[in-house]
Design a binder for this molecule. Structure first.
Ligand code: 6XA
Ligand code: ZN
Length: 342
């Protein structure tokens, strides 16, 4: 299995994340890449390739143009406005405010486009997000061309990024960009299976009214888990998209047996929908040792996950999402990929 990776993923070197009422070193750190690369190289899974630069067109196929322009300019505009720290929103078009206008102020724009306050924008963030979607597209193109599975070592991750919103460490929705590209290449329906601990609110939102992408997510119950305001079981899609969005919220501490039984339901739905490609939003923060999550996977369980996904019998693109137990992230990711190849 080939891996696609870009050194430009390291251009995002944010120093702050708002967590538990303090500014901490971000959980989504460049060191995550080091450990995955180390275990990939040790595993002999396959070559690690740098993708081509695919430009903005694939981004604009799923994201709002003004949002992309905001992301491209935010860091410079934030500094030009005299702000000294990293760009962190502190006001939003909250429920009692209006959201039909976008303020000229960069502080106002920051809140308009932000899902949450934990994700700071800093120097190199836009460039890293561009590299991350190129990684996803490189992996996708390889799988479309060869039918072989591939892995996109995407950083920053993407599944929280909506049409015009960033947050949860995500800026461009890599899985959505890849799925859209696959449809444009002739696939009639693509399944995105999100196994990250957190609900892929952005992926859901982008495809919610469409029947050419089936979005299925297993995740921590939003009643008690980020992103809290999307990911409930009654969200089944709208219009043409009715029936093509399936959420499986699960309580913190869910056993692996229960998680795997839920996966069976998800895979049955994917099979019934006659999907021609499987994109897996691979968040390994379902690991028992993850610092910000609450599921119970052991490293060995990730091998079983990969084995089961292979049985779906679809061309498969794995795209890195979350996973913050840095010491174990490499083993856990490689276990999924090696399990798939067994
Ligand atoms: N308190 C912020 C939690 C961000 C979650 C990031 C993630 O792993 N999403 O999948
Ligand atoms: Zn996550």
């Amino acid at each position: 299995m080939l891996t696609f990776y870009s050194e430009d993923s390291r251009l995002r070197q944010a120093r702050t994340e708002l967590h538990d009422g303090a500014l901490v070193t971000p959980f989504e750190c460049p060191e995550r890449l080091d450990l995955v690369l180390k275990h990939l190289r040790q595993s002999g899974l396959g070559d690690i390739r740098t993708p081509s630069a695919y430009g903005l067109a694939p981004v604009l196929a799923v994201h709002d143009k003004e949002y992309v322009t905001f992301l491209a300019n935010c860091w410079q505009a934030w500094g030009a406005a005299g702000h000294k720290g990293e760009a962190i929103p502190n006001i939003w078009p909250a429920r009692t405010m209006r959201s039909d206008r976008i303020p000229r102020s960069i502080s106002g724009q920051l809140g308009y486009y932000a899902l949450a306050a934990e994700t700071s924008i800093s120097e190199g963030t836009f460039e890293a997000a561009m590299a991350s979607k190129d990684v996803a597209l490189g992996a996708l193109e390889h799988t479309l061309k060869t039918g072989e599975p591939s892995f996109g070592l995407c950083r920053p991750p993407g599944h929280h990024a909506a049409y015009d919103q960033f947050g949860g460490y995500c800026f461009f929705n890599n899985a959505a960009i890849a799925a859209q590209r696959a449809l444009e290449a002739g696939k009639r329906r693509v399944a995105i299976l999100d196994v990250d601990f957190h609900h892929g609110n952005g992926t859901q939102q982008i495809f919610y009214q469409r029947d050419d992408v089936l979005f299925i997510s297993l995740h921590g119950d939003p009643e008690v888990t980020f992103p809290y305001y999307l990911g409930y079981a009654d969200e089944n899609g709208e219009g043409r998209g009715e029936g093509f969005n399936v959420n499986y919220p699960l309580p913190p501490g869910t056993s692996v047996a229960t998680w795997m039984a839920t996966l069976e339901q998800a895979l049955a739905t994917i099979e019934a929908a006659e999907c021609e490609l499987l994109i897996v939003s691979l968040g390994v923060d379902i690991f028992e040792g993850d610092p910000i999550s609450a599921f119970t996977f052991t490293s060995a369980d990730f091998t079983v996950l990969g084995q089961r996904l292979a049985q779906a019998g679809l061309p498969c693109v794995f795209l890195m999402e979350g996973g913050y137990a840095v010491d174990a992230i490499g083993v856990n990711v490689v276990n999924v990929l090696q399990g798939f190849e067994q």
